[in-house]
Design a protein around this ligand. Sequence first.
Ligand code: PMP
Length: 391
Amino acid sequence: MKDRSLLMIPGPIEFEPEVLQALGAPTTSHVAPNFIDAFGCALENMRKVWLAPEGQPFIVAGSGTLAMELAGANLIEPGDRALVLSTGVFGDRFEDLLTRHGADVTVLHAPIGEALDLNQVEDALKGGEYKLLTVTHVDTSTAVRMPIRSIGELAQHYNVLSIVDGVCSVAGEEIQQGDWGLDVVLTASQKAIGVPPGLALLVASPRAMEASSARSSSVRSYYADWAKWLPIMTAYEGRKPSYFGTPAVNLVAALDVSLRQIVDEGMSARFARHELLADAFRAAVQSLGMGFVATEPKDQANTLTACRYPNGVAAGDLLPAIKQAGVIVAGGLHPKIKSEYFRVGHMGAVCMGDILATIGAIETGLRSVGHQFEAGIGVATALKWQAEQED
Ligand code: PMP
């Protein structure tokens, strides 16, 4: 029997075998020709995945929080005003981070489970004299998705730089960084990008690069300073070696493989696959008598779902039962509603078979804790949903 559960948390996710093979290959020198080529190709493919032909990609060893720090540290100078749009825990993290870098931060908090109202955002931007705003595309604590295209338009209109935390969205949710005028779109390797944890990734617009070079004070982080990393990215893209900090050689090689797979799938096909699987999953969850933290369909992410426990079912009972049935899902994260919901990631290499296995395990878990429903209804609903889309 295969001694492995299906990992359906919102990152790290299940990875493609070819990606893991690249990760496990013998480590080369960071100036070896094959590594220089892998690094260069990864940078080029980031522009395609982010749909940001003019953007400057950065690949730096670290987690998603470092990607947030790379954006904040380079664009904020002490006293700059920043507007944080928060739809959960990760929005709040930006408040903390930008404050640490000396920003004067205003936060707009959405009610839990809702996206922020665009009129409210526009009212804040009017006369707010903000240098930048941050928006969490999909907040992993609530599974709420923000309409970043409209946020980008507002930011452009009010001449404010926009930073998108796309840790739970890049390569899963539609993002057209270039056309939508977004200044920084950042992520981490372990989610829809499909590479084990350890890489902070971002693409900065020409406007963001100009803003960072026009600073009057030096960047308050040594490791996160774009000026240290830009020559490295430029060199590798020009297929020349360079050094500031030793790159995570195996992770970059794995990233190269994963980005090639993503580009081969095609961005619109990839976005459509995520949408179809998310819709099928949610239809199945609803058929089992559960609701969602994000109540409005337009606010529901395609990369993960936050499912509310049915009445009378407790986290401590259901999650181990789902695990026992072979699938690992994640508990609640938002401190105010932590015990009321669980989270299921469906991004990256996810396929219909994974969705069906997950629904099957949730059904098994629900039955074992005494929840009443028609046996098989969840799996049948997901399959029916898929069939309807194909007709
Ligand atoms: N932003 C979002 C939306 C996230 O989901 C996460 C991680 N779950 C982070 C930022 C932070 O990323 P990391 O844990 O890789 O530092």
